[in-house]
Design a protein around this ligand. Structure first.
Ligand SMILES: [Ca+2]
Ligand SMILES: [Ca+2]
Ligand SMILES: [Ca+2]
Ligand SMILES: [Ca+2]
Length: 351
């Protein structure tokens, strides 16, 4: 069978998407919430939503209007609180869900609506049949990925882009060790290796066909984790006072932990092999309770800061120097009284 006759028998079969949510998944639910620790803000293809996990579904609530939420099946494998993460693991701009269970991480990728082709062909009685089926991904694509074990205590595992490649990774700390599971997304499909065989032949003769760049098949695995472990100086603060965020503004996630008047920042040196630069900063921060302490870029200069509320005062440790990405020399504490008039700001409120 020559290529020309094979291609002349090409048949395009538009097939409904295999990943289209079921009718049940389209049901809209209102005001149901999963257990504490199982709700997250989530960037979706329809804007930011609050996702809450209930059994094998997440319900996606619009922030401005909780009713109704959209139910999406994601698979009923949740880990205990602290070992489920929502972040963009494949770097497509939309958040995905990962749950760790020992040496397996269950991944659920929020699929953009994109067409892909899956091809197959065979020869039987000298006749070639060649089919390309069109799929349109939707909902969440699931993959179970093996990972080296080793998980720190709850509250000491974080998601973030620790190597700065645009895809989220997972870091976990225990004692003097930090292990990062770097995620490599390889795609939903892979090129189809097109082997043509003729069952009329004895023995069967297999023949490789010229490649067709549009011809793919669903991959068995969408990606894998590559793990690295480094030794760091200890001195971890409590889990509520330990955060993963980009404190030096170099585009790579760092890990900071506060212990009394000390904030220790572990910054990846770069890539996946450099380990961490660890620095201690003396910060006279009047800490509030752990549940009222957050790391985020409050002054919008590209570097994460740390805020803590206690009574009528909110204290913010502003990463220094302001507006100089890639450099962290310490934190400057600013204090604001709640409901304080803007007419008389404190001198330290200038970032
Ligand atoms: Ca994603
Ligand atoms: Ca990464
Ligand atoms: Ca950083
Ligand atoms: Ca900042």
């Amino acid at each position: 069978m020559r290529l020309q006759s094979i291609m002349s028998s090409l048949v395009l079969l538009p097939i409904a998407a295999i990943a289209t949510p079921s009718a049940d998944a389209q049901n809209l639910k209102a005001c149901q919430w999963g257990s504490a620790g199982y709700s997250w803000p989530m960037k979706t293809t329809n804007g930011t939503r609050v996702a809450t996990a209930i059994s094998g579904n997440v319900i996606l609530y619009p922030l401005a209007n909780l009713v109704p939420g959209k139910v999406e099946p994601v698979g009923n494998f949740w880990s205990s609180s602290g070992y489920n993460w929502v972040d963009d693991f494949n770097g497509d701009g939309f958040d995905d869900i990962a749950s760790a269970n020992g040496t397996t991480i269950h991944m659920r990728f929020q699929a953009k609506s994109e067409e892909m082709y899956e091809c197959r062909h065979e020869v039987y009685n000298g006749q070639s049949t060649y089919k390309a089926e069109i799929y349109r991904l939707a909902g969440f694509q699931r993959d179970s990925v093996p990972v080296s074990g080793f998980w720190g205590a709850a509250g000491y595992s974080w998601t973030g882009d620790f190597d700065g490649d645009g895809r989220a990774d997972i870091a976990t700390a225990s004692g003097n060790q930090v292990r990062i599971h770097f995620y490599d997304f390889t795609g939903y499909t892979e090129p189809r290796t097109q082997w043509l065989y003729d069952r009329d032949q004895d023995p069967i003769v297999f023949r490789r066909e010229p490649s067709n760049s549009r011809c793919t098949t669903f991959a068995n695995d969408y990606g894998k984790f590559v793990s690295q472990t480094w030794t760091v100086s200890g001195g971890w603060g409590a889990s509520d006072y330990t955060w993963a965020a980009d404190f030096d503004g170099d585009g790579k996630t760092d890990i900071a932990t506060a212990n009394g008047s000390n904030i220790k920042v572990h910054s990846p040196k770069g890539g996946r092999t450099g380990g961490f630069n660890s620095k201690d900063f003396s910060v006279p921060m009047p800490w509030g309770s752990g549940g009222y302490t957050w790391a985020a870029d409050f002054n919008r200069d590209g570097k994460a800061d740390i805020a803590s509320a206690s009574g009528g005062t909110v204290s913010i440790a502003i990463a220094q120097p302001v507006n100089q990405p890639g450099v962290l020399t310490g934190f400057s504490v600013d204090q604001q009284g709640c409901c304080q008039s803007n007419a008389n700001p404190s001198p330290a409120s200038r970032f």
